[in-house]
Design a protein around this ligand. Structure first.
Ligand code: 6GU
Length: 272
């Protein structure tokens, strides 16, 4: 996969040389190219922003540098190469989910356009929307100063899904949010050596060697953690995903099926 990032802070993308993404690049599995937007300015001060039409606070990124930058990046594609998907980080975008990460990981070329200030002149998104698959994407319900940190987040989420990037091919299967995995439950707690640390032991079942009991315990813990941290995931889960034992645990935690079969809280919260 090829990934281009156009930014006024190329140094902000230096973490893309580290760890999983850095190793994928070193192995040739990922071709990441970071570009300085100011290279496509022509004035003495390398201006990339201006005041908003209609007034209001903050500044807006000018269309001309983005147009020249994106034209140059798109034209740098090899003959016959597919056009890139343009990913525009913005707090007003669609939520970035594991599902979108999987979809993007299946593309051959992504171009990210992290913006600062109040965002990019709308005509840029319209112009490239006529030629490319453009995705305006938010990484969550909070406001950051720019799209660079979201690009780091999205590139890592996508890169770890590329064939051969994670060591163990099984490693994705149990990811919280992996489509179908431990269907829509958060992962429970994990333990390693030593068996006792500061007077704290390991749940006996994990030392039992009884694989069936271990799987059941892990699922119970996943349900407990999901009820506690993300009750919305239980409410929207397909009730067919809950087996008899799941329903017992949910009932103990104060959850049961409503008239439509979906689960909701039916008793006061149980304190751990
Ligand atoms: Cl993609 N950009 C900014 N600036 N803030 C955000 C965001 C993106 N996603 C959540 N907050």
């Amino acid at each position: 996969m090829r990934i281009d990032v156009v930014t006024i802070f190329p140094e902000y993308l230096e973490p893309l040389s580290v760890s999983l993404v850095g190793k994928a690049r070193a192995r040739g599995q990922l071709d990441v190219r970071v570009h300085d937007l100011r290279e496509w300015t022509h004035d003495k001060h390398n201006t990339v922003d201006d005041t908003p039409y209609g007034g209001g606070p903050g500044m807006v990124m000018k269309p001309e540098p983005w147009g020249e930058a994106l034209d140059a990046v798109i034209e740098s594609g090899a003959q016959g190469e597919e056009l890139p998907v343009l990913v525009v980080p913005t707090p007003s975008g669609r939520p970035f989910t594991q599902e979108l990460a999987v979809e993007l990981s299946e593309k051959s070329w992504l171009v990210f356009t992290p913006a600062r200030y109040e965002g990019i002149d709308r005509r840029v998104i319209e112009e490239y929307g006529d030629r490319l698959d453009v995705r305006e994407v938010s990484i969550g319900d909070y406001v950051l100063a720019g799209g660079e940190a979201p690009v780091l987040v999205m590139v890592e989420a996508v890169a770890r899904l590329l064939p051969g990037v994670l060591g163990n091919a099984e490693s994705h299967r149990d990811d919280s949010f992996a489509p179908g995995a431990m269907a829509d439950l958060l992962e429970g707690p994990v333990y390693t050596k030593p068996p006792e640390w500061r007077d704290r032991g390991i749940p006996d079942v994990l030392l039992s060697g009884h694989h069936g009991k271990i799987a059941r315990w892990r699922r119970d813990e996943a349900i407990r953690r999901t009820v506690r941290n993300r009750p919305d995931l239980i409410e929207r889960a397909d009730p067919a995903a809950f087996d008899k034992k799941d329903r017992e645990i949910l009932s103990i935690l104060g959850w049961g099926p409503g008239p439509d079969g979906r689960f909701g809280r039916v008793a006061p919260d149980v304190e751990e």
